[in-house]
Design a protein around this ligand. Structure first.
Ligand code: SF4
Length: 216
């Protein structure tokens, strides 16, 4: 893992949680707020898993959950093992994702390793090539997100969806994306913040990008 935010009151609505940052991502969104972590994780200091597990064991009385984010958490090697260790301590997990690996989300929920998945819907499927830095086609974006939406229909309460209003995205684009969601789900809009340039990790502790894409 590449960073830890020790306390967040807004990442998992209604819960006090900590946020674990994993490096790497399968997309190259030009608007990525955490691009160093997502695309060049070796530039970020490693945060020892043993140190994390000790922290969680000591703080579990004051935490209601753990958010695992990125980068793109579903791309991180050893994700299942990490989630298992967190669950063994007794804390529930929320996974943040860009939704492009729906099978990993299904596995995490089916196995009880994750309780909730927060998935980014970046915009209309047709805009995914531009929004993702040409890492997915419109057809791939549709297929992956439709798989996520089908899971959300089967598992009430297990998914939430958000969209970051990146430059160039119109109101009509947002309404198109909102229209993809299964019944009973809302699309939370997040304010865009320009990408950071400085290394956000100080003393091995990452600061969460306030209000920006949660870097699925
Ligand atoms: S999916 Fe998220 S972490 Fe990955 S490149 Fe896009 S904005 Fe960055």
């Amino acid at each position: 893992m590449r960073g830890l935010q020790r306390l967040s009151l807004c990442d998992w609505p209604g819960r006090s949680c900590c946020v674990i940052f994993l490096g790497g991502c399968n997309l190259r969104c030009p608007t990525c707020h955490n691009f160093e972590l997502a695309w060049n994780m070796e530039s970020q200091p490693l945060f020892a898993r043993s140190k994390l597990l000790l922290f969680l064991a000591e703080r579990k009385r004051w935490l209601n959950g753990v958010t695992v984010t990125g980068g793109e958490a579903t791309c991180a090697p050893g994700l299942g093992e990490l989630l298992y260790e967190i669950r063994k301590i007794g804390l529930p997990v929320k996974l943040d994702s860009n939704g492009m690996r729906p099978e990993i989300l299904a596995e995490a929920l089916d196995s009880g390793l994750a309780e909730h998945c927060a998935v980014d819907v970046k915009g209309p499927y047709a805009l995914y090539p531009a929004l993702s830095g040409d890492r997915v086609t419109a057809a791939e974006a549709r297929r992956n997100l439709e798989s996520v939406f089908a899971q959300a229909e089967r598992r009430p309460g297990a998914f939430s969806f958000r969209l970051t209003r990146v430059p160039g995205l119109t109101g009509d684009d947002i309404e198109t994306a909102r229209g993809y969601l299964p019944a009973g789900h809302t699309l939370t809009l997040q304010t865009y913040r320009a990408p950071r340039r400085a290394n956000a990790h100080a003393d091995h502790e990452a600061r969460r990008p306030v209000g920006n894409v949660v870097n699925g």
